[in-house]
Design a protein around this ligand. Sequence first.
Ligand code: 4AD
Ligand code: MG
Length: 453
Amino acid sequence: MQRTLVKAALAAEGPSDALRVQGWIRTRRDAKGLSFLELNDGSCLKNLQVLLEEGSPAYADHERYTTGSAIDVTGRLVASQGKGQSWELLADSIELVGAADSSYPLQKKRHTLEYLREIAHLRPRSNLFGAVFRMRSRLSFAIHQFFNERSFLYVHTPIITASDCEGAGEMFRVTTLDGKETDSKKDFFGKPTFLTVSGQLEAEIFATSHSNVYTFGPTFRAENSHTSRHASEFWMIEPEMAFCDLEGDMDLAEAFVKHLVADALEHCAEDLEFLNQFVDKGLLERLQFVVERPFQRITYYDAVELLQKSGKDFQYAVEKGANLQSEHERYLTEEHFKSPVTVYNYPKTVKPFYMRQNDDDATVAAMDVLVPGIGEIVGGSQREERLERLDAAIRAHDLDPEDYWWYRDLRRYGSVPHAGFGLGFERMLMFITGVHNIRDVIPFARTPGNAEF
Ligand code: 4AD
Ligand code: MG
């Protein structure tokens, strides 16, 4: 018999003929002549209650159906006598596919997130991580849908690269040399290579052939930041648009963030209800607000002035010309605007070489989208499309124009104004799920000192 997903069984419109479900037992409760199993197969948050009645072949072995075991059940859906579900499965027969003994680490009690991180191979079977990873999957789809509807081309940019897009020197080296050999000419690619920190530079190549493009892939940063918002391996979505300026870039970023929030509200309602109840009580209200209200926009200089006049006692002083610290970003979005806010036109000295210089000579056409609870989730800019200005910026950042010969060629042949941004997928997931630590929205977190699983 074909298998029915728990999700479909729970959504049934009436009692059924025989059907078959498979999954893992969350708990078993025994009563006189009866046994109740809570069965979950990951298709939805709710469990299917499976009823075993004395006398039926399904009941005979019921003591072997322990928490964590995998079973294959055939039975009929009947109206439930109990509260909390309309249907339950009256089991005719059960096969114990994979037993689990009492050492199974995910028992019914609530576990701490720290403990669950240590059992990342089992935590997807918990309610919280079941919900988070269903949402991660759904939102990956929504990302492709958003760009597909707008005729953006999906480009696969390389993971191994020789150029440091952000110029921050935070790259993981890729090498096949043993420790003693230092000549990179003898290395696999004949030169030093790294894991990419961003697909942007290659996305720009495709924007100058296919106009509107995006990448969605893993990126890697060897920054030694021990925060709840930094991972060494994270996924980034990077659209790039030809014939586009900073204004158009900010418009797209804001529409994109709203699209993902609206998609989650529409398609992940059950999981969001759960997260709202157990992780962050203000979650649903905040997401609704983000969908309904326009984002705020403010220039970097106005933001600095606002922060300096706030009277707030920051750990780091707000200095004109310096990067905004996370506490400053969070003050703007959480306390001042109480909504997402896009800060734009940053000083050129705090931003990478590729950003377009503004006429004031001091700032570049950069923008960051900040959201409550997290701070920066999007970083983007209009790109410098004028070759001389680009070369000057490359030199000002102590980089070698020779290394960027192909990037410079784009400015020599049919150069156009263009712009793009990067959305950190995990930060977006933190925002949409209310989960506070980036380690808990990625299946297997890589952070300094940790690459287990
Ligand atoms: O601001 P960033 O560094 O921008 C870029 O990489 C550009 N090349 C993007 C572009 O214009 N195409 O990173 C973009 C976003 C950040 O806003 C943040 O959400 C996320 O990537 N991010 C991280 N997420 C998790 N862990 C880290 N270590 C992150 N670093 C950046
Ligand atoms: Mg940034």
